[in-house]
Design a protein around this ligand. Structure first.
Ligand code: NOJ
Length: 527
């Protein structure tokens, strides 16, 4: 069995605004990413996914694209991006772009034309609707960022749909011209050697043709975001979306070894359809369960089993621990458990995706209200800024991110939580990540071997990873009290990676004692 790079490899998400600034404007750029390739190679990741760098008015920090085949000057030039593709490839790394097909910016030439008059040829690129009889929005659909998903366009006398900001009008994917033009944009980048795409909100692309009202969510409580008041039954996850995913996949198949990753927040059963229904869909529909589930051994174990058991034949699993829309793992579960989470992410079966800075244990930073940048925070009070602060490279000025004041403040902990200090400290999160990545890279049992659950009891989660006669036992203590696991029926071996490096090399025979917040990868003796 041969495995492709995106099955064996590890994906590392760079949020380019916040990674490294080389031109002194306080915003990260593509030359910044180029300047950190040594680091990424040292860390051992395989593919870099960069959040959008296209021209954009930045209403949603690049997820509002005004030109799908360009580069925003704040990030650099097209030739910087071409150089990044070339230099990642020279090092054996891959480069993935973020593709944002659900909506454009309201400043995209298509939308400017579309709104200019009802009979403009581009009108049908977007989703327009007359008011309800008697007036008012066409239906009850909500924007993810709060309020109605419909915006009134007085000049042309109709509403247009925006699932996110009003500056992000939704494209009409039932229009073959939209498909043609968007696929041409994907081809533009594939021809330049991009290794694949992370597709933004893939499950949103098609909406109910009859524009039916969404039903109320019976489980809604006011502590949730307003969007959750309704179930998005008719505005997302429509059957026809799979045809689009298959078309994107077919396009990628015209190039060797490209990968299609879909951003999809859905329950497992619905998620699985994104691998493809009648034709292949995404290679990797993002699996966000480690982000959305409570941090408990039982729940995580049950979710792994349900996920493993639901995968269609030949579908490759994947796991995501963090991204630019979610609180950081070290803030969700605490620093000690974030180490346990690292062991989990990098020993599960399936492609892991890591978020920049999580390998340092960066936490959600404190942002004063007057410094808030995120439109979601401004509109519904749930800001994503704390997880988007500058990468912490050194204990120096602005954590080594920039010579200028960064666009978001640097985390308070940067003087010890940074690459320079952590690289020297064998107890650091960074060194733990590096050991785990190195082990995963050298042991097929960990990257592509099978997964066998062992136990989920009290706060312990244990499983086996096996390939041929190579066997690893992974034991995670997801609580802070000590515990132990009997090894009878499992075998004996030696701890090869542990959250506490002093335990590495320890032999385990009858049982393994686990400290609080402890996680161990044990190489078992062959039977
Ligand atoms: C998902 C992206 O990850 C998020 O950052 C963005 O705001 C929305 N899609 C809208 O594009």
């Amino acid at each position: 069995m041969t495995y492709l790079w995106w099955q064996k490899g590890i994906v590392y998400q760079v949020y380019p605004r916040s990674f490294a600034d080389t031109n002194g404007d306080g915003v990260g750029d593509l030359r910044g990413v180029l300047s950190k390739l040594d680091y990424l190679e040292w860390l051992g990741v395989d593919a870099i996914w960069i959040s959008p760098v296209y021209p954009s008015p930045m209403a949603d920090f690049g997820y509002d694209v005004s030109d799908y085949t360009g580069v925003h000057p704040i990030f650099g030039t097209l030739s910087d991006l071409e150089e990044l593709i070339e230099r990642t490839h020279q090092r054996g790394l891959k480069l993935l772009l973020d593709f944002v097909p659900n909506h454009t910016s309201d400043q995209h030439p298509w939308f400017r034309e579309a709104r200019s008059s009802r009979d403009n040829p581009k009108r049908n690129y977007y989703l327009w609707h007359d008011p309800r009889p008697g007036g008012g929005v066409p239906n009850n659909w909500l924007s993810v960022f709060g309020g109605s998903a419909w915006e009134w366009d007085a000049a042309s006398g109709q509403y247009y749909l925006h699932s996110f900001l009003k500056e992000q009008p939704d494209l009409n994917w039932r229009n073959p011209e939209v498909r043609r033009d968007m696929y041409a944009a994907m081809r533009f980048w594939l021809d330049r050697g991009v290794d694949g795409f992370r597709v933004d909100v893939l499950w949103h692309l098609i909406k109910d043709a009859e524009w039916r009202d969404n039903p109320p969510n019976p489980d809604y409580s006011p502590d949730q975001v307003p969007y959750n008041a309704l179930l998005p039954t008719y505005s997302t996850d429509q059957p026809e979306v799979h045809e689009i995913a298959s078309e994107m996949r077919a396009l990628l198949e015209q190039y060797p070894e490209r990968v299609l990753i879909g951003e999809i927040y859905l329950p497992i059963r619905r998620l699985m359809a994104y691998y493809g229904t009648s034709a292949p869909g995404a290679h990797l529909p993002f699996n966000f369960q480690l982000i959305t589930l409570p941090w408990s051994a039982q729940q995580v174990s049950a979710a792994i089993s349900e996920y493993e058991g639901s995968l269609p034949a030949n579908a490759w699993p994947n796991w995501v621990l963090g991204n630019h829309d979610q609180a950081r793992i070290a803030s969700r579960v605490g620093l000690a458990q974030a180490r346990v989470a690292a062991v989990l992410l990098l020993t599960l079966r399936g492609t892991p995706t890591m978020y920049y800075g999580d390998e340092l244990g960066m936490r959600d930073a404190m942002i004063f209200p007057e410094d808030m940048q995120d439109p979601q925070g401004k509109q519904i009070g749930v800001s994503r800024d704390p997880a988007r602060t500058p990468m912490q490279w050194s204990p120096g000025l602005h954590a080594g991110f920039s010579q200028a004041t960064p666009w978001l403040p640097v985390g308070y902990d940067y003087q010890h939580c940074n690459v320079e200090c952590e690289a020297e400290d064998r107890f650091s999160m960074l060194r733990l990540y590096r050991r785990l990545i190195e082990l995963r890279r050298t042991e097929p049992a960990l990257s592509v071997g099978c997964y066998k659950p062992v136990l989920a009891q009290r706060q312990l989660l244990a499983y086996l990873r096996e390939a041929g006669d190579q066997r690893f036992l992974v034991v995670l203590n997801m609580g802070s009290r000590p515990d132990h696991l009997s090894l009878s029926g499992i075998g004996e071996g030696e701890i090869v990676v542990n959250t506490d490096p002093r335990r590495e090399g320890e032999r385990v025979t009858n049982r393994i004692v686990m400290l609080g917040d402890d996680a161990a990868v044990v190489r078992l003796r062959p039977h």
